[in-house]
Design a protein around this ligand. Structure first.
Ligand code: 5GP
Ligand code: ZN
Length: 140
């Protein structure tokens, strides 16, 4: 029995209940073209089971998603002769997540795609003490 959320659009797309421009499918994932693409070839890797975000995602699905991202990045780069590639994955509204079913963005980049600014985050200036404090909190 697959985990699904009855109100989730990506559950319906992944299950094939809502049509999509699918470029790849296996037992675990469906990969579709984004309906509002940042560039030509912008695709989404969507697990067929419902996990809201990376925190909920099982480790084996996370590992498989990364392997698939690696393979499809090479495939898309060759097929569309792009100049670069972004792989983006948003968690939480503040981070830009709008669909609360885990997905990875595969975004081929082109010299003339005009998107540079949109993918840039601001940078903080942190003191040595602040960096050291964060490092100590995060060290495992
Ligand atoms: P997020 O902002 O959550 O990281 O990304 C959600 C992405 O899903 C957006 O880029 C948006 O364009 C795409 N999206 C939302 N609804 C649909 C849909 O019904 N079909 C497709 N193909 N993409 C969708
Ligand atoms: Zn879902």
């Amino acid at each position: 029995m697959k985990m699904k959320d009855a109100n989730c659009i990506f559950c319906k797309i992944a299950a094939g209940e809502i049509p999509s421009k699918t470029i790849y499918e296996d037992e675990t994932f469906r990969v579709i073209l984004d309906i509002n693409p940042a560039t030509r070839g912008h695709a989404l890797i969507i697990p067929k089971e419902h996990y809201a975000n990376i925190y909920e995602l099982p480790e084996d699905t996370a590992a498989a998603a990364m392997v698939l991202a690696k393979k499809l990045a090479s495939h898309i780069a060759e097929a569309l002769t792009c100049d670069g590639f972004n792989i983006i994955q948003n968690n939480g509204e503040i981070a830009g997540q709008t669909v609360f079913h885990f997905h990875m963005h595969l975004i081929p980049r082109y010299e003339d795609d005009g998107n540079q600014d949109k993918l840039c985050l601001n940078h903080l200036e942190l003191s040595e003490e602040e960096l050291e404090g964060i490092c100590q909190k995060l060290r495992k």
